[in-house]
Design a protein around this ligand. Structure first.
Ligand code: ATP
Ligand code: MG
Length: 284
């Protein structure tokens, strides 16, 4: 499979509403033009991202791969409105839906220590004054999906690291955002939980057509999940490759791994990831 720069239209999904869970599909697409980010470090500027041109189509599942320190989290934080880019433009094309535009599952555990599991997952819905019945249904549903039903009343300090991460994941899903931004969400999980949640994520995506940007260090995870894989290098972080894995869904990774296309894709991504190293670019 050759690196491809094919347009985003292959990721477009029909608008659908999942009436059962009251979730709505995504209408947002994002347009990044010449996007860059410089941080001030002491009196020096540090260029974390540079010249990113990217269109994320409505309902597209985009995976971002790249070495540690190349700017993946910075990009996600900018998309989530938690960080401001310093160069270029970022535009969301969005109809007003009443849904939050983005929800992030952070790389580090980010749940509220003073709230129990149920309250953490309900947080965004309660903040938006969602109807009580909807909150109850959706929170219970996602707590069950992440395997924490019997831990609903536990507080974060009573949970393991992977369990806390599962609370973050349930909270992001329950929040029903237009765009889900996921920063290595499954990296702290055991293989069984990881596989369950990958499939649950794909199910939610297929049912709702949400736009997803998913950061991972796992090439296989990206190939399993993505419509499009962006390979980043840096700093300064920039896109070096775009791949559109064309394996039929649902992807049986044992069968996929046996194909010559997989071999070629793997080799190509390894080349795209480049040598490791985090020599910072300091701008005088
Ligand atoms: N607030 C900040 N101030 C200064 N530099 C920052 C800040 N946040 C991130 N950086 C720098 O930007 C670069 C990219 O960081 P980022 O967290 O985006 O990397 P990453 O690709 O997510 O890495 P990892 O895979 O290890 O999570 C790093 O060199 C980091 O030191
Ligand atoms: Mg990161």
């Amino acid at each position: 499979m050759k690196p491809s720069t094919k347009g985003v239209e292959t990721g477009m999904k029909a608008h659908m509403v999942d009436a059962q869970k009251g979730t709505t599909s995504s209408r947002v697409s994002m347009e990044l033009r010449g996007l860059g980010k410089k941080f001030l470090v002491g009196s020096d500027e540090f260029q974390a991202l540079k010249s990113i041109d990217l269109d994320v189509g409505v309902g597209e599942f985009v995976c971002v791969l790249g070495a540690s320190g190349c700017g993946k989290t910075t990009l996600l934080r900018i998309l989530g409105g938690l960080e401001k880019h310093t160069e270029g433009t970022l535009r969301f094309h969005q109809e007003s839906t009443g849904q939050p535009p983005t929800s992030i599952v952070f790389q580090e555990v980010s749940i509220f220590p003073w709230l129990n599991v149920w309250e953490n997952v309900a947080f965004g819905l309660r903040a938006r004054n969602a109807p009580k019945a909807l909150i109850k249904e959706r929170v219970s549903y996602y707590i069950e999906k992440v395997g924490l039903t019997s831990f609903s009343k536990h507080f974060p300090h009573q949970l393991s690291g992977g369990m806390k991460q599962r609370v973050s994941i349930a909270r992001a899903f329950a929040n029903d955002p237009e765009v889900l931004l996921l920063d290595e969400p499954f990296s702290a999980l055991d293989e069984r939980n990881k596989a369950t949640l990958q499939d649950e994520l794909l199910r939610i995506w297929e049912e709702t057509g949400k736009t997803i940007v998913f950061v991972t260090h796992s090439i296989d995870e990206a190939i399993y999940l993505a419509d499009r894989i962006l390979v980043f290098t840096g700093p300064p972080g920039h896109i070096t490759q775009t791949h559109m894995p064309e394996f039929a869904r649902p992807r049986d990774m044992t069968a996929v791994r046996a194909t010559p296309e997989y071999e070629m894709l793997l080799k190509s991504i390894h080349v795209g990831l480049g040598p490791t190293g985090n020599d910072p670019e300091i701008i005088e």
